[in-house]
Design a protein around this ligand. Sequence first.
Ligand SMILES: O=C(O)CCC(=O)C(=O)O
Length: 203
Amino acid sequence: MGIPATAMILPGLENSLEIDISGLKYIPDYISAEQHDALITQIDAQLWNNELKRRVQHYGYRYDYKARMVHDTSYLGPLPDWLASFARRLYADGIFPNFPDQVIVNEYEPGQGISAHIDCTPCFGDTIASLSLGSSCVMQLTHPASSQREDISLYPRSLIILSGNARYQWTHAIPARKSDTINGIKHPRTRRVSLTFRMMVKS
Ligand SMILES: O=C(O)CCC(=O)C(=O)O
């Protein structure tokens, strides 16, 4: 499994990771500093949902954290313009085979994280793409069948793409801690905001 041939990533947007997990791609500097700041401003003008330890915003379809799924009744409406234009770019760049129609914005203050998970399989399609804003952090990818673990540093303005094996056979997590040690150097975390784009699987 992998990104379908009809949706090959544009030349120049190739992986720059040394970690070789099939279906994993990392694109540094996917957006400009101006786009980064404009997105933060847009996000901070919206209402936050406080049902988890970290704050979240849901667009397109509401995700039910208790049931770990999206219900048929959870449609919230089309993506707002400021997300739809980004979704169009993800499609035009060949990252998604169609427009992504579900987005979760996660906010991580230092000490906050997200536990290891595989995104809902019946709910979402093959590609999950997460844009990082604000602080850098480490994402842990774990292959439960072999216990292999890989740490990936996510820098602001980067895009990480999980599809195929990376999406279905590996869990991903952001450890809840206040700093990350990368190549022996301690990086204190500041506020991080991510936007994760997905495509709903329509029944
Ligand atoms: O914050 C991230 O980059 C990942 C978010 C995530 O894994 C999720 O929303 O399921």
